[in-house]
Design a protein around this ligand. Structure first.
Ligand code: COA
Ligand code: AMP
Length: 630
């Protein structure tokens, strides 16, 4: 029997008491005497008078408690044929020295540091070193283009950038340094210094006066130690930019104390892990999943975390997941459904799994996009463990809805991420913010206040925080997901209500892509939609109307548009489909009929909307889609 119902009820009865109890898992410098201040911040602040340090909670306290020789990080990089085990003591020592180096650049409490690094241990050391001195890190995913990096640098205004010379994608070395240099040319804000980690696969040309060599700087600082700095629990730990509904990303702020408390609670109760066990999250430190469950969650809980620089397939084969689980005795594994679909496509009977001993594995967790029941059923069959879907967002930092394994597994309903976690009152409402009845679809909202760990605000943008999340449904946080709840409280997440799409578990804004496409000199008008993809869940597809008088071949322009999106947003956008059409179908009030176009492209049933301006335009689009064999 799961203890979920009684634990959730105990939170409902006494939220502050619940979080005060959870807060005992954290080593505070000054423990909270107040748990929540409803008057502070945009919607209130957690642990307003407490002080602590995130790095001390992730490292120092475990070394002090005798875990120094336990592995903290298993770095496994099939793309560079490298493996490294780093103990808590070693990681602490590395972080202490790096913190001295970073402080040496004049970076202190509250200063911003952008981290543009691939999945290597130094990136994690960089994050923790910032946390140690109270600096605020902002990690930018390596698959973004220079322009996206520039937007983030301009918004964050970092004092320092930590970067590496390259990332490795199967079959190609992604040179980070030219991207960084271009980003710094584009950005109005120029940090004084960049600390560059040179990887053997590519040497970065250094800009004298600005760029500093990582290894040399660390060598010079050898033996230096920086003590963890006392921070307010409400101070920011990091800023993580995520796609908004325009090309301008949102800087999600994560405060320190609430995040530590929420992650510690989740490690035990959602993931069901004990200190000393191994947790592997196959994501990237550039995403929230990586922040929470490659870096902070496992380390705060005294677990070993796997840092995997590779893909589910092709590095070298679809047995990669099972190899890593076997090799490091992974107890809980977390990935995105898209990755399982990729494995299934190449190895439908999971023959590769037979080569490995995955007996340590208890649970496989999924998030990032809807876990389709077919993929879940396949994974249950081949892995033979509970496949636990859970739903959350960059904004929340940890699961809104999950099947809390540590409280006892609840019955799994495939296609549902199960139930709301303590801290979250999840309601389904109509446009007038009235709760709908069970089983009816509506907007998914969370009653304020959000629990510890969730964003208190957007970086230097309280008003955007209010407008984006709090204005539409008074008293609630708007998740921008649509869905429903059944009579048992199980949620189903059906998709976004805004222009955000999920491509291979990556969150992208079609509005942002439209801004880029519209910038092509021959494009008069465009619409970018997320259409179904068998592996990635969704893929973007752009429909373009050319300016009058453009005589160049359509296919040439389509290729240019594809290249433009890759250049401006990055390869991760996976924008590979651009289709020139004569007109875009619209309503009489001029709105593009995106929903109907999507249904046609997805080969779903569709009808001609009553409000359509010109039926011919819709038929032309349908013909263009059919011509592409979509
Ligand atoms: N740096 C540079 N480029 C990157 C990158 C990075 N860190 N990550 C991805 N890219 C590139 C890829 O090389 C690819 O480029 P291409 O168009 O030249 O092939 C493009 O971005 C798209 O990448 P991706 O979406 O990862 O697709 P893929 O075809 O390479 O792999 C999967 C498909 C399903 C195997 C892969 O998407 C996957 O493992 N996804 C897991 C999802 C995940 O971790 N989500 C995070 C949230 S939980
Ligand atoms: P991100 O901020 O990148 O984590 O993306 C958050 C969005 O991904 C959510 O708003 C959902 O649309 C989607 N998402 C994440 N997890 C799930 C899930 N388990 N089921 C359905 N959608 C999900």
């Amino acid at each position: 029997m799961s203890r979920y119902a009684s634990v959730y009820a105990s939170w409902r009865e006494n939220p502050e008491g619940f979080w005060a109890e959870a807060a005992k898992a954290i080593d505070w410098i000054k423990p909270p005497s107040r748990i929540f201040d409803a008057q502070a911040g945009v919607y209130g602040r957690w642990f307003p008078d407490a002080t602590c340090n995130a790095c001390a909670n992730a490292l120092d306290r475990h070394v002090a408690a005798g875990r120094g020789d336990q592995v903290a990080l298993y770095y496994d990089s099939p793309v560079t044929a490298t493996k490294r085990q780093i103990t808590y003591r070693e990681l602490l020592s590395e972080v202490e020295t790096l913190a001295a180096v970073i402080a040496g650049f004049g970076v202190g409490k509250g200063d911003l540091v952008v981290i543009y690094m691939p999945m290597i241990p130094e990136a994690i050391a960089g994050m923790l070193a910032c946390a140690r001195i109270g600096a605020v890190h902002s990690v930018v995913f390596g698959g973004f283009a220079a322009k996206e990096l520039a937007t983030r640098i301009e918004d964050a205004e970092p004092k320092l950038i930590l970067a590496a010379s390259c990332g490795i994608e199967p079959g190609r070395v992604v040179q980070y340094k030219p991207l960084l240099d271009t980003a710094l040319d584009l950005s109005r804000h120029k940090p004084k210094a960049c600390l560059m980690f040179q990887r053997p696969q590519a040497a970065a040309a250094m800009t004298p006066g600005r760029d500093h060599d990582w290894a040399e700087s660390v060598a010079r600082a050898a033996g230096q130690r920086v003590a963890p700095v006392e921070c307010q629990a409400t101070d920011p730990l990091y800023i993580l930019y995520t796609s908004g509904t325009t090309g301008v990303p949102k800087g999600v702020v994560r405060d320190i104390g609430g995040y530590l408390v929420a992650l510690a609670w989740s490690m035990e109760n959602i993931y069901g892990l004990k200190p000393g066990e191994t947790f592997w999250t196959a994501s990237d430190i550039g995403w929230v999943v990586g922040h929470s469950y490659i870096v902070y969650g496992p380390l705060i809980h005294g677990c070993a975390s796997v840092l995997y620089e590779g893909k589910p397939v092709g590095t070298p084969d679809p047995g990669a997941f099972w190899r890593v689980i076997g090799e490091y005795k992974v107890s809980a594994f977390f990935t995105a459904p898209t990755a399982l679909r990729a494995v299934r496509k190449e190895d439908p009977e999971a023959k590769h799994l037979q080569r490995y001993d995955i007996s340590a594995l208890r649970t496989l967790f999924l998030a990032g996009e809807r876990a389709d029941p077919d993929t879940v059923a396949w994974a249950e069959r081949v892995v033979g463990r509970p496949i636990v879907d859970h739903w959350w967002q960059t904004e929340t930092g940890w699961a809104i809805a999950a099947n809390p394994v540590g409280l006892g597994l609840m019955p799994i309903k495939r296609g549902s991420p199960t139930v709301a976690m303590p801290g979250y009152q999840v309601d389904i409402v109509d446009e007038a913010c009235r709760p709908v009845v069970d089983g009816v679809m509506g907007s998914i909202v969370i009653k304020l206040p959000l629990p510890p760990g969730c964003l208190p605000t957007l970086y230097r943008a309280d008003e955007r925080m209010r407008e984006s999340y709090l204005a539409e449904f008074p008293g609630y946080y708007k998740t921008s997901d649509a869905g429903l709840k059944d009579a048992d409280g199980y949620l189903t997440i059906l998709g976004r209500t805004d222009d955000i799409i999920n491509v291979a578990g990556h969150r992208l804004s079609t509005g942002g892509m439209e801004e880029v496409v519209a910038g092509h000199p021959d494009v008069a008008e465009c619409a970018v939609l997320g259409i179904k993809d068998a592996i990635k869940g969704e893929q973007p597809c752009g429909f373009l109307v050319l300016k009058a008088g453009v005589s160049r071949a359509n296919d040439v322009i389509e290729k240019e548009v594809v290249a433009l999106v890759r250049d401006r947003i990055g390869p991760v956008a996976a924008f590979k489909l651009a289709i020139v059409v004569a007109r875009l179908p619209k309503t009489r009030s001029g709105k593009i009929l995106r929903g109907t176009m999507k249904k046609i492209a997805d080969a779903d049933a569709w009808t001609i909307p009553a409000t359509i301006e010109d039926v011919g335009a819709l038929e032309e689009v349908a013909a263009a889609i059919r011509a592409r064999g979509l």
